[in-house]
Design a protein around this ligand. Structure first.
Ligand SMILES: *Cc1c(COP(=O)(O)O)cnc(C)c1O
Length: 361
């Protein structure tokens, strides 16, 4: 198979989904499967749906279109608050969207009415992370307006923390969200069916709370695919953290000096590098680079060390592994490296079938 390539163990994804559903389900929380980190890969989305995920969420409409075209049947939720310019696409291709701007909601309403569709809306509340969300003091006026917009159904309230400002979705923040929901329900005589408390960073709050209050929904990507919570990036007990493996090929392996020689200026990244002289070194060049992957987000599984990278190459210290041309190096990936790997066509996506895996085990 052509390298570089990312191996994807579908059986482990199925396991993580089942475990997370059981865990969060024990306190009444439903899981929305977030597919953006795998670029809306339909084979992976299919595993989520077959293991009981009813709502698939992505930040990009193009990923949602890809999954729908592939026949993956689910409710599709748009994670990134819609741009005014994409309002029509949101109505046509998605069932639910997260929102914080009245101008956009009015456009969504217009297109929904025109298409005789009822589009579901979740209003996002700002609780301190300072990315998307309506300030709590302004939520009443927004709800009032949305309830009067034709073609839109206000189905819930949500918040997003730990993404921009690194703010913890702790008990204090989640209680605040629950009280906002209760205040709104009372004031407007409505029921908010979905209270979407956050993402993979909500794990610590969840495990340390007796009950989840009004929170009944979380949008999970990292926990499903990397088996980790997203505040400290600790593994979640019982989950696989090694679902994805990146494989890159050695295209040169030679003994060379360890220190570049000649006059030192900027390299391809605009840095002036500073390498220590460690004498002669077994070095290897891999056919993968910054164009394909976030190099700081990958960790070799073999005994090699990354020395540096440019647009199409990674150079490694090959002293211990003694890899030869044609050998492959395996890497673990973090969330952003995975995100990048799935958004380039230059990395082959190798899904290892559930039945193939079963026969290996
Ligand atoms: C990406 C994203 C998520 C999923 O976050 P994970 O940490 O991968 O679980 C949830 N909500 C929103 C709004 C997002 O953009």
């Amino acid at each position: 198979m052509i390298l570089p390539r990312i191996d994807i163990d579908l059986r482990k994804i199925a396991h993580n989904v089942q475990q997370l559903k059981k865990l969060y389900g024990s306190k009444g929380i439903n899981i929305i499967g977030v597919t953006k980190v795998v670029g809306g890969n339909p084979i992976i989305a299919d595993v989520l749906v077959k293991n009981g995920i009813e709502i698939l969420a992505d930040s990009r409409i193009s990923n949602i279109i890809k999954m729908r075209k592939a026949g993956i049947r689910a409710q599709y939720l748009l994670l990134r608050i819609p741009a005014l310019s994409e309002a029509e696409e949101v109505i046509i291709h998605t069932h639910i969207s997260l929102n914080s701007e009245l101008a956009v909601l009015k456009k969504l309403s217009e297109y929904a009415s025109r298409n005789h569709i009822v589009h579901k809306v979740v209003l996002m509340v700002e609780l301190g992370d300072l990315r998307e969300g309506i300030m709590p003091s302004e939520i009443n006026t927004h709800v009032k307006e949305v309830l009067n917009l034709e073609g839109l159904a206000l189905v819930g309230i949500g918040t997003n923390l730990a993404c921009f400002g690194g703010i913890s979705p702790d008990a204090h923040k989640m209680n605040e969200l629950s009280s906002i929901v209760e205040r709104l329900e009372e004031k407007f005589k409505i029921t908010l069916a979905m209270v979407s408390g956050g993402n993979s960073a909500n794990y610590n709050w969840f495990t340390s709370s007796k009950d989840a209050g009004r929170i009944n929904s979380l949008r999970l990507g990292e926990s499903i695919f990397l088996g980790r919570e997203a505040l400290c990036r600790k593994p979640i007990p019982g989950l696989f953290t090694d679902i994805f493996t990146l494989m890159a090929e050695v295209i040169e392996a030679k003994i060379k000096p360890s220190q570049p020689y000649g006059e030192v200026y900027q390299n391809a990244n605009g840095d002036v590098p500073n390498f220590k002289n460690k004498g002669l070194m077994n070095r290897a060049v891999l056919a993968i680079g910054i164009q394909d992957i976030i190099v700081s987000g990958i960790v070799p599984k073999q005994n090699v060390a990354i020395l540096g990278s440019s647009s199409d190459h990674i150079v490694i210290d090959n002293t211990r592994a003694s890899l030869k041309v044609g050998d492959a190096v395996a890497f673990d990936l973090n969330y952003i490296a995975l995100l990048r790997a799935f958004s380039t066509p230059h990395i082959t996506k190798n899904t290892i079938d559930i039945y193939e895996c079963a026969s290996i085990l």
